[in-house]
Design a protein around this ligand. Structure first.
Ligand SMILES: [Fe+2]
Ligand SMILES: [Fe+2]
Length: 179
């Protein structure tokens, strides 16, 4: 365990929680923008799933904020980076694969910071969220592969499908409850 007072150790955990929250806030805006784009292009099914993934990121931002408050910190409203707007469909999925790979990688590093500072509860939170980012990553990689291998044929199947998500709880919530 790292040296330092309990307060110093707690502050290190709050710091990584806020960095993670910033990344989630960015992801929410990025995916909502892509959701509107995909909906505008009439790729309903892809738009619906993008919306559900954005909702997952909202749950993550909230979960991080709750833990920050439990530790006596102030949840940030800072967004980690700028939002790419109006991306072509062929750019969206490789871009999102990279975003989710980053999230998995960075959150694993944050999990180690929690371990070093003796916070097993926050470690578990990161573990749960990393699993959900991995599910997003798998989904984005799968769509990216379809687009690369099938291109227009794949898109023709998607065009005009429904963008309705019904009463949506998020992508991973839905995926988990379907098992
Ligand atoms: Fe997330
Ligand atoms: Fe994600």
């Amino acid at each position: 365990m790292a040296n330092g007072s309990r307060e110093e150790r707690r502050n290190k955990v709050i710091e990584v929680l806020n960095k993670a929250r910033s990344m989630e806030l960015q992801a929410i805006h990025q995916y909502m923008n892509q959701h509107y784009n995909l909906d505008g292009m009439d790729y309903g099914e892809l738009a619906a799933n993008m919306k559900l993934i954005a909702i997952d990121e909202m749950r993550h931002a909230e979960a991080f904020a709750e833990r920050i408050k439990e530790l006596g910190g102030e949840p940030t409203s800072e967004i980690s980076g700028k939002i790419e707007k109006g991306q072509e469909i062929n750019l969206i999925y490789p871009f999102d694969v990279e975003r989710e790979e980053d999230a998995v990688d960075v959150y694993n590093q944050f999990l180690l910071v929690c371990r070093e500072n003796g916070d097993s509860i926050t470690m578990k939170l990161f573990e749960t969220i990393i699993e959900e980012e991995q599910a997003h990553l798998n989904y984005f990689a799968n769509i990216d592969e379809h687009l690369k291998n099938l291109g227009a044929t794949f898109l023709a199947r998607i065009a005009g499908t429904s963008a309705s998500t019904g009463p949506s709880k998020g992508f991973t919530v839905k995926a988990n409850s379907a098992q």
